[in-house]
Design a protein around this ligand. Structure first.
Ligand code: HDD
Length: 678
């Protein structure tokens, strides 16, 4: 964890408490003399009401849960800081986007959407990517997802969408999954969801790591400069390690083997000093170009193809400090897409407009009243003054009798600030319309960008999408829903609809398809950055291993940033043929092949048949998940016994230096898709 102190850290220090080495007290500060036995009338008698220590301890415990978030309940967060690369004063007056000398403290919470607070993490789902920037001009929250579009176009449909995707109300199933009737029934009857469904059926919905996924603000926002000139903007987070995914079978197994897989990965990398980094990118469109596109900029089911509107990289967020307390920080943090600072503004996107109501509303019930902004994690780092008073849990002690505006007794303060003094002025957009409940005609093309996404996928990505539809609809009981979905997605791609139709027992459509031929290479993960850094390799080792070679290989892998865990059939120290020793991190029992990016099998002269069998299981599973496999010494026998020799991504050889180099390259490649049966 970084020792660097941000302004937010300094503020949080006032609230951080270290209890170690202290006497136990009640909440009133009275030292407690006994904490194991309640006060009783006689050793075998009833507990007495006057046991204030027991009552206080139990009452607090009884109240220790708050409502979980209605969506995004399962999440994990970390502190960080944002460094701007270049001033955006051309577009915005926001200080944190114009002053490159300042770093801005951040707090980011990642989440799944559907599952409850205790659900597993590698489910198929969108991931929340919400960042609070504690700027000197107030908090700016970028409350986005790892998918650039959304299921619906109007916030009034959000409760319907969420009711449909959440566990079905009559039996509370399924947990952490969209593979059930009500979700797909919703999709079939709300065809604006087609584009986002393509994303959730793609590898994007099963990220390898929270450190290896993109983030998107989704909506079109406005940047407004000092002169009051506005530009439309979309915000992007680009992970420095690239965008990478799990494979579906692996993801499901991880859910059982390690339901905390994503938070564990984030936590460990921050503890190790491998700080997750995401570059902030913006796409900008001038106001006068609003109508130059074949989609509506206000429609949240549409993205701006990066080839048409390039992403300009403007800064970087580094996450460098884990939370001290999950409840105080991760659970109590309250994000809101309406938390803006001067220089950033809304558009009329009807999904965004509705979100502006929902977030405060939900915090009121979740955090128990209107003072949640005073919770340490939510407090701005700049001072804040107004005439709000009272309410549950009020902490600020406002002095003086005046709590109203305008006033004379306090010199009419706190007083609103002019624009020059930093006051937020809403962008003066001209709006002229009838009050209607309607959807704009320009929002009615639901399929073109879904096809754009499909066209942009590599063969293996397409294959995964077909498999995902086949899995999800394979779990849907209603024949009618299955048929409707096939029909709906035949508008996106005939090839797609035909392929999964036959897997789910629906007659494949003969006609349909799309005339969109355009593709956007930026949408394919096949074109992402590949790096071996922070990849994890399970090293299978037994007593009698070749000490010199293994040490050299491990050193070289580590010098490429690769993390290694020694796995054996027992814990403790293993002895090499040169009497050197290596400590076992895990046994075949405590970990699993699915928890590693690659497996490196070495074995050892003293390994027996059981060891060879267990190694074979690890290798076979890694091979099945298209992962790199390395083998030297006795490990080569395990590879040969399991028919993996000379297959792509299987590296063998006894020259330690050459092996480490080739294996490192394979680890960076991450998967060998030619092993996949197409
Ligand atoms: Fe939302 C939480 C992202 C549409 C209503 N949303 C929430 C979180 C994220 C998003 C990342 C979790 C924040 C955290 O970690 O605490 N939501 C999105 C995105 C959307 C979106 C990217 C579409 C572009 N959301 C959306 C709509 C509504 C909501 C249309 C309602 C009108 N969202 C909520 C909420 C939550 C929430 C009910 C639950 C917990 C919370 O707010 O604090 O208010």
């Amino acid at each position: 964890m970084s020792d660097k102190r941000t302004k937010k850290d300094e503020q949080l220090d006032q609230y951080r408490v270290d209890d170690s080495g202290k006497h136990m007290t009640t909440n009133q500060g009275v030292k407690v003399s006994e904490d194991e036995f309640s006060l009783k009338a006689g050793e075998r008698g009833p507990t007495l009401m006057e046991d204030f220590h027991f009552r206080e301890k139990m009452t607090h415990f009884d109240h220790e849960r708050i409502p979980e978030r209605i969506v995004h309940a399962r999440g994990f967060s970390a502190h960080g800081e944002f460094q701007l690369y270049k001033s955006l004063e051309k577009y915005t007056s926001a200080e944190f986007l114009t002053d490159t000398s300042k770093t801005t403290p951040t707090f980011t919470r990642f989440s799944t959407v559907q599952g409850s607070k205790g659900s597993a993490e590698t489910v198929r789902d969108a991931r929340g990517f919400a960042t609070k920037f504690y700027t000197q001009e107030g908090n700016f929250d970028l409350v986005g997802n790892n998918i650039p579009v959304f299921f619906i176009q109007d916030a009034i449909k959000f409760p319907d969408l969420i009711h449909a995707v959440k566990p079905e109300p009559h039996n509370g199933m399924p947990q952490g999954a969209s593979a059930h009737d009500t979700f797909w029934d919703f999709v079939a009857h709300n065809q604006e969801s087609a584009h986002m469904v393509m994303w959730t059926m793609s590898d994007r919905a099963i990220p390898r790591s929270l450190r290896m996924m993109e983030g998107f603000g989704v909506h079109t926002f406005r940047l407004v400069n000092k002169e009051g000139v506005a530009h439309f903007v979309k915000f992007h987070w680009k992970p420095v390690l690239g965008t990478h995914s799990l494979v579906w079978d692996e993801a499901q197994k991880i859910n059982g083997k390690d339901p905390d897989f994503h938070r564990g990965d984030l936590w460990t990398s921050i503890e190790n000093g491998d700080y997750p980094e995401y570059e902030l990118g913006i796409q900008v469109i001038a106001e006068e170009d609003e109508y130059k596109f074949d989609f509506d900029l206000l429609d949240p089911t549409k993205l701006w193809p990066e080839e048409d509107v390039p992403v300009e990289i403007v800064g970087k967020m580094t996450m460098n400090r884990n939370v001290d307390n999950v409840f105080a920080e991760n659970e109590q943090v309250a994000f809101h897409p309406g938390h803006l600072v001067p220089g950033i503004d809304f558009t009329n996107d009807p999904l965004l407009q509705g979100r502006l109501h929902s977030y405060t509303d939900t915090q009121l019930i979740r955090l128990g009243g209107p003072n949640f902004h005073e919770l340490p994690i939510n407090r701005p780092v700049c001072p804040f003054f107004n005439n709000q008073r009272d309410g549950y849990g009020r902490q600020t002690i406002n002095k003086g009798p005046v709590a109203y505006h305008k006033n004379g007794l306090a010199g009419n303060t706190p007083a609103p600030a002019s624009k020059e003094e930093g006051g937020f002025e809403h962008y003066q957009e001209k709006v002229d319309g009838h009050k209607v409940r309607a959807r704009s005609e320009s929002f009615k093309d639901h399929f073109s960008q879904a096809t754009l996404f499909w066209n942009s996928m590599s063969d293996h990505e397409k294959n995964h999408i077909i498999n995902a539809f086949s899995f999800e609809l394979g779990k849907v009981q209603s024949e009618d829903v299955r048929e409707k979905i096939v029909e709906m997605f035949s508008n996106v791609s005939l090839e797609l609809a035909q392929s999964f139709a036959k897997n789910i027992g629906v007659t494949p459509p003969e006609s349909g398809g799309s005339n969109v031929t355009k593709s956007s290479p930026a949408l394919s993960q096949a074109n992402t950055v590949h790096s071996p850094a922070t990849r994890t390799v399970g090293v299978i080792l037994a007593d009698g291993f070749n000490g010199q070679d293994v040490r050299q290989t491990l050193e070289q892998l580590e010098s490429q940033g690769i993390m290694t865990d020694i796995i054996s059939n027992r814990q403790g120290m293993l002895k090499g043929d040169d009497n050197s020793e290596l400590k076992v991190d895990h046994t075949f029992l405590t970990v699993d092949s699915v928890l590693y990016d690659a497996i490196y099998a070495v074995g050892g002269a003293e390994a027996d048949q059981t060891f060879a069998k267990q190694s074979g299981n690890f290798l076979s599973e890694a091979f099945m998940h298209f992962k790199p496999i390395g083998a030297t010494h006795e490990g080569v026998d395990y590879v040969q016994q399991n028919d993996m020799d000379k297959q792509s991504g299987v590296i063998t050889g006894d020259n330690a230096e050459q092996f480490a180099k080739q294996f490192g390259e394979a680890v960076a490649a991450h998967r060998f898709w030619d092993r996949e049966v197409m």
